[in-house]
Ligand binder design. Structure first.
Ligand code: SAM
Length: 224
């Protein structure tokens, strides 16, 4: 019998939640949330009143053993993150690994995640792509950028607003200013916008405006 469900939640537009996700959130005993306030609002919006526990990257290691014990005793839980799919640049991986190790049945519901619409909106090849998530901030960053310079597949990155320009500038340095890039911001939200062009063009576009919101960067692979 399934004990744990990984449940994707909207990345902006509250309509982006599946019927199955709503049913599962209603049926479980406990909702494990990255931020109980953020997810509490979503549950309230859905008319669901449920016991919540916080489960974030900082306590994931410590918390997992305790959660496995409770799941083992029969408690049913849903893991949600602040937005999108748990386990994608969000907590979830450790819990899944321990469920596998302890033979605890879990299911992963398909649903919203930011990188898929960003990839498709770029118009770059979606036949083969690599999800890179957040670049390392310090250690390993240069090495990663050097490796990616010769990557032939489309590359997808998550980035925070205050590092967007730095990252685009480094892409220009390491991959060349002529490389095609597509930046999507505020996907599914009111100010959704996608800017696509060479790194030089896209950098110029962003240097002219206030950089606000959430961003996905998609870079075309090299053709050499
Ligand atoms: N679990 C999420 C998913 O499935 O996409 C990702 C969580 S990660 C901590 C947050 C990052 O996802 C943001 O910094 C941004 O790069 C990206 N992101 C999330 N929602 C977004 C949106 N509505 N528009 C653009 N990017 C978004």
């Amino acid at each position: 019998e399934t004990r744990l469900y990984l449940v994707p939640t909207p990345i902006g537009n509250l309509e982006d939640i599946t019927l199955r996700a709503i049913r599962v959130l209603k049926e479980v005993d406990t909702v494990l949330a990255e931020d109980t306030r953020t997810s509490g609002k979503l549950l309230q919006h859905l008319g669901i009143d449920k016991r919540m526990h916080s489960h974030h990257l900082h306590n994931e290691h410590k918390a997992v053993a305790h959660l496995i014990e409770r799941l083992g005793k029969g408690e049913k839980m849903a893991l949600v993150s602040d937005a999108g799919t748990p386990g994608i640049s969000d907590p979830g991986f450790l819990l899944v690994r321990e469920c596998l190790r302890h033979n605890i049945k879990f299911e992963c519901l398909p649903g919203p995640t930011a990188f898929v619409p960003a990839l498709l909106k770029s118009g770059f090849s979606a036949e083969r792509f690599t999800f890179e998530g957040f670049l390392p901030q310090k250690k390993g960053r240069q090495t990663r950028l050097q490796q990616l310079a010769t990557e032939e597949r489309t590359m997808i990155f998550y980035e925070s607003p205050h590092r967007l320009l730095k990252t685009l500038t480094q892409f220009s340095e390491y991959l060349g200013p002529e490389r095609q890039v597509s930046v999507s911001r505020e996907l599914t939200k009111f100010f959704e916008e996608t800017i696509t062009g060479t790194l030089t063009e896209v950098l110029a576009a962003f240097e002219q405006k206030a950089i606000k919101g959430e961003f996905v960067i998609v870079v075309e692979g090299t053709d050499k």
